[in-house]
Ligand binder design. Structure first.
Ligand code: R5P
Length: 276
């Protein structure tokens, strides 16, 4: 049985009703299921907390109906904190997988899952996860735009996206957490140990969030004499004015539609083909 959330309507016809009670609680109604496997298509971003709660409600209802469920969510939020830097911090990547598994997800199908750092299937936080990579589609798209290009990643964590294409990685080091309510660790340095002079370069990452990483990487390769510079990522959040800044800094910026954005030029449909 296919259960499709309204936030997946660009890919499949939705059959789930999601409304809101006056106090802000979510109301969810799925098509009835009885002891048959289900595929649940639901995006978990934007509005990750609300979307996750909706996922919990749908998964639990499917579990109650005896339906082993595969959750298809192109981007997994809370996946970025997969290490503890300070005692007492929540290991959100593990916790979110625990919660989804407990609610009833037998498997999660997602795209470029941040902590997996490879394409394939593994079990983490009690949840089986299949992570499919968008790297080939993004690189193909870049080649259509700019012809011959060299692909690089802005840090070692994203090296798996580029290495089968002979791509090298820069080395990014983050420092301490910044103070204030908004929390992130500042980029301390971004270093490159390979030549880019006279080449068309595609900088490929799993995500563009504040754009800080990409902007630093663009600056670095331009200083190094790169010809055309393209920036691509699987997931594009483009927080604050990062899209404008990136558009001004390089020749082209694009992402997939895992999170719909004005530069979602690459469709995730072919990646999910076997589940659609
Ligand atoms: C880091 O590990 C990720 O792969 C991205 O490089 C990072 O999350 C991008 O964040 P931002 O756009 O805020 O620099």
């Amino acid at each position: 049985m296919r259960i499709v959330s309204p936030n997946f309507s660009d890919i499949l016809e939705p059959n789930v009703e999601i409304k809101r009670f006056p106090d802000g609680d979510d109301y969810v109604c799925i098509p009835p299921v009885k002891n048959e496997p289900s595929l649940l298509f639901h995006r978990l971003y934007p509005n990750q907390d609300v979307s996750l709660m909706q996922a919990m409600l749908m998964l639990s209802t499917l579990k109650k109906g005896g339906s082993p469920t595969t959750l298809v969510s192109p981007y997994l939020p809370y996946a970025r904190q997969d290490k503890i830097f300070k005692e007492g911090e929540a290991l959100s990547a593990e916790i979110i997988c625990n919660l989804l598994a407990h609610a009833g997800a037998k498997k999660l199908v997602t795209i470029d899952c941040h902590f997996m750092k490879r394409e394939g299937t593994s079990v983490y936080g009690g949840l089986e996860i299949e992570s499919i990579s968008a790297n080939k589609l993004l690189i193909e798209h870049a080649r259509k735009k700019a012809g011959e290009i060299e692909v690089i990643s802005p840090d070692i964590g994203a090296n798996y996206l580029v290495k089968e294409f002979g791509g090298k990685s820069m080395e990014k080091k983050r420092g301490e957490y910044v103070s204030g309510r908004e929390t992130y660790r500042k980029i301390e340095s971004l270093e490159r140990s390979f030549e880019v002079k006279g080449k068309n370069i595609l900088i490929l990452d799993d995500m563009i969030s504040t754009g800080g990483t990409m902007l630093k990487a663009v600056e670095n390769v331009k200083k190094g004499g790169a010809k055309k510079v393209l920036c691509a990522a699987t997931h594009g959040f483009f927080l604050k004015d990062s899209l404008q800044k990136l558009n001004a800094a390089c020749d082209s910026v694009f992402v997939t539609d895992s999170i719909p954005s004005p530069v979602s030029e690459v469709s995730i449909r072919p990646l999910l083909k076997k589940y659609l």
